[in-house]
Design a binder for this molecule. Structure first.
Ligand code: ATR
Length: 290
């Protein structure tokens, strides 16, 4: 990556905390955005081991960083070290963006909002629709909160470990009017579950290594059902390939990755994100092996 601006005494730092961190594509996307807006900011990967997280958070203040992104495995645990949380971060119990407001550290979570923006750009509104989510891990939580807040009618969460889906249902049952249900994975073959689904989302890691997706009755969904894979690798995931074979439309996780990053950019800079520039930088970065 070439950095076509000079680092000077004015340069400010934005970081991303994670472990591992070498795979992250966010530096390419954010540095391209900073350059496009002429901002004297630089975005750097910071390998933070779990025992060092508290000190790393203190360093945000000590080095007067603009803020940081937070990725696996720190999104949940960082919450306890911050000064305040946005409503969304509080509801998810997870933070992906920290903003340094003159030493006060605010935690936000742009994952769910990024997901919703990526649906909007497809012309899809979840309001009063039925949705199936496969998976019940950290990414499900952000997607679930955003869908409930957007007025989704009904959400079924299917997960290998049923108890994890059930605890999500318990945790968010009263957040909105959305009906929530937890089911086991075999239900994904039941046409009754899928016949009114407007959106089916893969929040699992199944397909990351090119393996086939879980048994799911793609054909039982309505013709205009949208399939959304939070994975963005391989380029065509098995979930989206199987959706395509059933002649259903699909979206992959790079749009969510883009929009969560664009929202974070605006939180740090108070400027609209240069989406085109970020899209190109992200696509370029995803084509390069990590
Ligand atoms: P993330 O933060 O990306 O959501 P995670 O919290 O590790 O990641 O969650 C991974 C999800 O993928 C979980 O729902 C997991 O199911 P379990 O809760 O039963 O572990 C799901 N998952 C991973 N591998 C799977 C597989 N081979 N079959 C079915 N589900 C799988």
């Amino acid at each position: 990556m070439s950095l076509s601006f000079t680092i000077t005494g004015q340069t400010r730092i934005v970081g991303i905390f994670g472990d591992p961190i070498t795979h992250t594509r966010s530096p390419a996307m954010q540095n391209a955005a900073f350059r496009a807006r002429g901002l004297p900011y630089i975005y750097v990967p910071l390998l933070v081991r779990s025992p060092d997280l508290r000190h790393a958070v203190q360093a945000i203040r000590a080095y007067n960083l603009v803020g940081v992104n937070v990725t696996v495995p720190h999104k949940e645990r960082i919450v306890r070290y911050l000064d305040a949380l946005s409503a969304e971060a509080d509801l998810c119990g997870a933070v992906n963006t920290v903003i340094n407001c003159e030493g006060t550290l605010l935690g936000d979570n742009t994952d769910g909002r990024g997901f919703l923006v990526s649906l909007q750009e497809r012309g899809f509104s979840p309001h009063r629709r039925e949705v199936v989510i496969v998976g019940a891990g950290g990414s499900t939580r952000a997607v679930l909160v955003s869908l409930i807040r957007a007025g989704t009618e009904r959400i079924t969460i299917a997960n290998r470990t049923l108890t994890k889906a059930q605890s999500l249902v318990r945790a968010y049952r009263t957040l909105g009017k959305t009906q929530l249900e937890a089911v086991s994975l075999d239900k994904l073959q039941d046409p009754l579950l899928l016949k009114n689904s407007a959106l089916v989302i893969n929040c699992t890691s199944v397909g990351l290594h090119g393996e086939p997706f879980l048994p799911l009755a793609f054909d039982a969904t309505p013709r205009n059902c949208l399939f959304y894979d939070l994975l963005y690798r391989p380029e065509l995931t098995s979930f989206l390939r199987q959706a395509r074979n059933a002649r259903r439309a699909g979206v992959d996780g790079r749009r969510m990755l883009l929009h969560q990053g664009a929202l974070a950019f605006s939180l740090w800079t108070r400027q609209p994100a240069p989406l085109e520039v970020m899209t190109r930088a992200l696509n370029r970065a995803l084509r390069t092996p990590s």
